[in-house]
Design a protein around this ligand. Structure first.
Ligand code: MG
Length: 210
């Protein structure tokens, strides 16, 4: 059960799949692109998701999400796997019209990305021993039709690299969550749409836009 009382923050990685960077006309970055969402961005478990009033172009971005299980700073990539214990799928909801405006002006993205309930997180899977973070299959359906599909091997920066990189700038704390970037196929959703995310074939979230 996730509530906004849980002390945590979200880190999100942008442009971590080459095909997705291309579809939005962005360069593939040499270093991870990081942005954050506050804990008020969390859609609490079993709460409805409402289409925000301030956008006319709401986009879904289905992503693998990891949960930090140990406080850390300056984590080496080879040690990074010791700092997360859970993985799931989530949606980094984006007001694309607002983001495009902000990007044009070179302004920060928070109004497009960090609003209340913009972070949807599915049911966590406990990471087993000998977990291969570089071969995870996932996909998302919209209204029962496949719209996004990815494998973590397609990430430009691996999960362990991301954990290490973020920790050079920010302390990672127990409960923090990292959205690891979205594969190609992002798109619009409207009121009435049903979004369902599958991790290795198992449904981990199901949400309807209200
Ligand atoms: Mg994203």
């Amino acid at each position: 059960m996730f509530t906004k009382d849980h002390p945590m923050k979200f880190f999100c990685i942008g442009r971590n799949y080459a095909e997705h960077a291309k579809e939005l006309g962005n360069e593939v970055p040499d270093e991870p692109v990081i942005f954050m969402k506050p804990k008020s961005a969390l859609l609490q478990t079993n709460m409805p998701f409402y289409y925000p009033e301030f956008t006319n172009e709401l986009h879904y971005e289905c992503e693998l999400v990891i949960r930090i299980s140990k406080n850390g700073k300056y984590i080496k990539e080879r040690d990074a796997h010791n700092y997360y214990d859970g993985i799931t799928l989530g949606i980094d909801f984006t007001a694309r019209d607002i983001q495009n405006e902000l990007k044009k002006k070179g302004l920060p993205w928070e109004k497009a990305k960090a609003w209340d309930n913009s972070a949807v997180v599915g049911k966590y899977k406990v990471i087993p021993p000998n977990f291969d973070a570089k071969n995870i299959n996932f996909f998302m359906n919209k209204n029962g039709m496949l719209v996004q599909q990815g494998n973590s091997s397609q990430m430009i920066h691996s999960i362990d690299k991301i954990v290490s990189y973020i920790s050079n700038y920010f302390s990672l704390n127990i409960g923090d969550m990292i959205f690891t970037g979205t594969p190609a196929g992002v798109g619009e959703c409207v009121v009435g749409d049903q979004l369902e995310g599958f991790y290795e074939g198992e449904s981990l979230f199901k949400l309807s836009v209200q």
